[in-house]
Design a binder for this molecule. Structure first.
Ligand SMILES: *[C@@H]1O[C@H](CO)[C@@H](O)[C@H](O)[C@H]1NC(C)=O
Ligand SMILES: *[C@@H]1O[C@H](CO)[C@@H](O)[C@H](O)[C@H]1NC(C)=O
Length: 649
């Protein structure tokens, strides 16, 4: 003690630590519960009536998997699931405790008495299934709640008292198979979630309204019953829709408000920066709040916008005054990098009528139609702080100056530290992903073979152009992939089905942590054994080709974890096998083969399958060069060795 008293505090702590570390293995190991035991006991503690969990005890010395604790599902000796359905629980769910269970994949708290807001299970990014059915949960679910739940496959939260909008962020869970939302009080319109693997869906008995989006056409009326103001031809026949009236005007008003708030914040920050002051953390927080508020407004259901909007508007204007900000932002806030669609600034965007397009891969997007008639998409992106502002400017100028019929350059951008806005021309038809898997309407039907061949050719040419513009020495291992994020969701289709590549060239901008979310489809990148390089782009091209040919949603888009569970089709494996057996014809999308003259084109289709397979070899060295891929695709698209063009007539 005397010794401890004399030494400086910090050293004492260190000394104690050393002593404890030496002692721990020898003295304490028998009593120290394993981390999983500790976590589950903490969880049990957060419940109010855990009488049914008497087997959850540390007294036997065995962990949850050794001693078979009730409701604990183990795999390979660690906790993979919790099935606590119908055991009379109430109280809280300690998510911190759950977060200690690294291998946890499914949780069920169904049929209990839990109440309050939805528990923060979205912190457990690796969850595949969540069951909260038949409890007493209530309140709105934040719109971005599922942003990081990209692996979620089953979400059952039916028979509770949830209110507000169905979160658009569910679209991030691209492997989603089952969504049970019935018997709650969800309101507003149903978001068009493009979830190709969705096979069970129920939103019955809520307060939803408006038109059921086409993406749900495979579900019949039984999934939508008991929502008075819901209509949809596929489900309810021609019964007329109560118009969701005048939504555009109101959404426009909201958009103006959002842009105004952004301008205001920018204005405040830039004036402060000009004064040479560091922006205060406080302001950053306000800024976050403003964005959150804006987001909230955006997601509020259209019909209640009138009231909400007015109230919210005056309230927020008030708070803006409190912040000491008076006018709107200056016109210089937007940096033009491409002027083919004219020059505009934030003021023009402010006057635009606009609508929310929902989240794509990395952030949310709005569509805005300016008074000049030019329609643009404004994308918000996060996690782009790898480059300093100057280098960022330079890189964006380069992206903006790209000029190729199959590449869509950004028109303008706006730079802030924690968020960037990118403005692109709006392309009405949407992405190849959407037309191929999401929309079974007119555009899908028109994806016949000549059009698919045209898309294949355009994608390959656009990619080759990017490779020319951003050359990198093959020997230089770390040279980033010129595109870096090629997938059907990033291939937009012009009115004539000419493909346009977007979201390319971002790898040098992305924070290293965000990079793992990008371009993870090539095996060497997924395995972490290499960065995304030119050859990873070739792999991604192969996947897009095989997706076009098979019409299947590639499991490659879902990342590693989801693959095993069967979301999507491993098109690479499937096609490689088919080529090996000489059975390419069997994997072709029946729609193209059955289409006009489809059968006559089968030899070309088979040749393209082989190109796709040659692009997507697992080992990067075995993939063909992009040059070769382009040449072979062009030959196929031209209709044969003789390049005779449109062969059948
Ligand atoms: C507590 O749980 C037990 C076991 O499921 C149940 O029988 C009992 O009714 C519950 N008590 C309360 C107050 O909810
Ligand atoms: C959806 O839920 C409602 C209400 O629980 C039920 O009547 C209906 O059969 C369900 N439909 C489907 C397709 O599961």
């Amino acid at each position: 003690m005397v010794f401890l008293h004399r030494c400086p505090r910090r050293h004492c702590a260190l000394l104690l630590l050393v002593v404890l570390q030496v002692l721990t293995p020898a003295c304490f190991s028998d009593d120290t519960p394993s981390p999983e035991t500790a976590a589950l006991l903490l969880l049990k503690n957060s419940f109010t009536n855990a009488t049914s969990l008497s087997s959850w005890t540390n007294s036997t010395g065995g962990g949850p998997c050794d001693s078979r604790w009730d409701g604990v599902i183990c795999q390979k000796g660690s906790v993979a699931g919790l099935d606590l359905a119908g055991v009379g629980l109430s109280g809280d769910i300690d998510v911190d405790a759950l977060a200690q269970l690294a291998d946890l994949r499914t949780v069920s708290f169904a049929d209990n008495y839990f109440s309050g807001g939805i528990p923060a299970l979205n912190r457990l990014h690796t969850l595949r299934a969540i069951y909260l059915s038949r409890n007493l949960f209530s309140g709105d679910i934040p719109g971005d709640f599922f942003d990081d739940m990209t692996r979620l496959k089953k979400l059952c939260i039916n028979d509770n008292d949830f209110t507000g909008l169905i979160p658009y962020s569910l679209s991030r869970a691209s492997a989603m198979m089952e969504l049970q939302l019935q018997n709650n009080h969800f309101a507003g319109t149903i978001p068009a979630l493009v979830l190709p693997s969705l096979s069970a869906f129920n939103v019955s008995n809520n307060e939803l309204e408006g038109v059921i989006p086409d993406v749900y056409s495979k579900f019949n009326a039984s999934s939508f019953l008991g929502n008075e103001n819901l209509c949809g031809e596929a489900q309810f026949g021609d019964q007329p829709c109560k118009e969701v009236v005048a939504s555009n005007g109101k959404v426009a008003a909201i958009f103006v408000l959002v842009v105004f708030l952004i301008c205001l914040v920018v204005y405040l920050i830039t004036t402060r920066e000009q004064k040479g002051e560091e922006p205060l953390d406080l302001d950053a927080m306000n800024d976050e709040k403003v964005m959150e508020a804006a987001k909230e407004v955006r997601f509020r259901r259209v019909q209640s916008i009138a009231k909400e909007g007015e109230v919210g508007q005056s309230r927020r204007m008030g708070s803006a005054e409190n912040n000491g900000g008076g006018g709107g932002g200056g016109a210089g806030d937007l940096v033009m990098v491409n002027e083919v669609k004219g020059v505009f600034g934030l003021p023009e965007l402010m006057k635009a009528s606009a609508e929310v397009m929902g989240g794509g891969g990395m952030g949310s997007a709005y569509k805005a139609v300016m008074t000049s008639g030019v329609a643009v998409v404004v994308k918000r992106m996060r996690d782009m702080n790898r480059m300093g502002k100057e280098a960022f400017d330079g890189h964006l100028q380069r992206l903006g100056s790209l000029d190729h019929p199959n590449v869509l350059p950004p028109l303008a951008y706006h730079y802030r530290k924690d968020e960037k806005l990118f403005v692109y021309e709006y392309i009405p038809k949407g992405s190849l992903l959407y037309v191929l898997h999401g929309d079974r309407g007119i555009d899908h039907a028109s994806l016949d073979w000549p059009r698919r061949a045209k898309i294949a050719k355009g994608v390959a040419r656009g990619l080759a152009y990017l490779h020319d513009q951003f050359p990198s020495d093959e020997a230089e291992a770390a040279a980033p992939a010129p595109h870096g994020n090629l997938k059907s969701g990033n291939v937009l289709l012009a009115p004539d089905f000419e493909p346009l590549l977007v979201d390319y060239g971002f790898l040098p901008l992305l924070n290293p942590t965000a990079m793992t979310m990008q371009a993870h489809r090539a095996p060497e990148v997924a395995a972490g054994s290499g960065p995304a390089t030119q050859r990873s782009d070739v792999f991604c091209l192969g996947v897009v080709l095989l997706e076009l040919l098979t019409g299947k949603f590639p499991s490659q888009y879902l990342g590693d974890g989801a693959k095993a569970g069967g979301g999507g089709t491993d098109v690479v494996h499937w096609a490689t096998y088919a080529v090996g057996e000489g059975r390419e014809a069997e994997i072709l999308d029946p729609t193209i083969v059955a289409g006009p003259h489809g059968a006559a084109w089968v030899p070309e289709m088979k040749r393209l399958v082989r190109v796709g397979v040659d692009c997507s070899a697992a080992e990067p060295e075995r993939r063909i060069e992009l040059r070769e891929a382009v040449a072979r695709i062009e030959e196929v698209a031209a209709g044969g060795r003789d390049g005779a063009g449109q062969r059948p007539s």
